[in-house]
Design a protein around this ligand. Sequence first.
Ligand SMILES: C=C(O[C@H]1C=CC=C(C(=O)O)[C@@H]1O)C(=O)O
Length: 360
Amino acid sequence: MNDILLNQFLNCGFFIGDLNEDKMWFMTSSIRQLKNQEENLFPFFYLNNFFSNKKNPFYKGLNFQEMSISDFQKIIDNNSSKKPNIKWKSANKDFYLKQYSELKKEISLKILKKGVPYSFQEGSCKLSKENKLYLLKNILKNRKKNSSYIYGYWNKSEGVIGTTPELLFIQKNNNIQTIALAGTVPNEKNVDKNNFINDPKMQNEHAYVIEGMKQTLEKFGDFSFGKTHLLELPKLIHLKTDINIKISENIDFDYESFLKELHPTAALGILPKNSKSNWLNSFESSKINRGYFAASFGVVLNKNNSIFIATIRGMQWQNNTLKVSAGGGVIQESIFADEWNEINTKINSIKDNLGLHSTI
Ligand SMILES: C=C(O[C@H]1C=CC=C(C(=O)O)[C@@H]1O)C(=O)O
């Protein structure tokens, strides 16, 4: 990547990187939003919103590259960057409490088993190119070799950047790899990992995600679940189960229909997925918009190879307004104070990852 390309990338760019594989894909230069996906346009990026109702989620630029994350880091590190001076408000507790209380009512009425309320912390700052470089440098510097994915997208007025553990799926021919991820504890020195993995509340929260995924996946083929284990991130630990699906021969796999069936799973949305409950939608009709929080984001290399993630653990912006959002699964056994703590821990972990250290 030369200086001209880097400059174009910082104006308008897309990237997704796989930390386990030390591999990333990025796209820049005259990026167009396509009306529909045309087969000969591979590779392209896909960015929808949480509800998957964006009209033109396909993006194509003139320059598309694959490189190792380590090589990309060397290029980025050679350029000067600047920490953004962000004025933060406090995290929005009222917005969270309202969702939490409504959800708890629906759970007690047995309309829902699980939901994922969220909140956010808002800040203001107009991000310059040097600021974007600073955020990029930080997510690269703070990366660990684990099953997480770095991602980013921006144009002149909006953007999102972060490091997510929430893989939606990787498609390689008729094999699909996905995960169930739910149950969280801060990764602190004295954390009792055994206690965490055996905690009945955490296990239930996790089991609900698996239950929802089984219902979706059985439509596509045979699937197998790995053993539930710990995913240890720098600041948080989660319960994770790997899932593999072999797409049935009689199904002509189409990543877009699969994505729309799968997302949001109960790790980000609700269980049951097809519930008549209006809980998930109702918070969107308020003035507060999720924007790109927990949206589906992917790179489609060709018909047989794509990778999709959910944009959690990141910061998004629109003009001068920045937002760091976080959600957490709530079930019958959940306690408000613990859940609100989890939201704050997650928000802090995101700011740490981006090098925006400050307390909330
Ligand atoms: C929705 C988020 O996390 C999800 C992913 C992992 C663990 C989760 C949990 O324990 O609640 C959430 O389902 C978020 O961080 O914003």
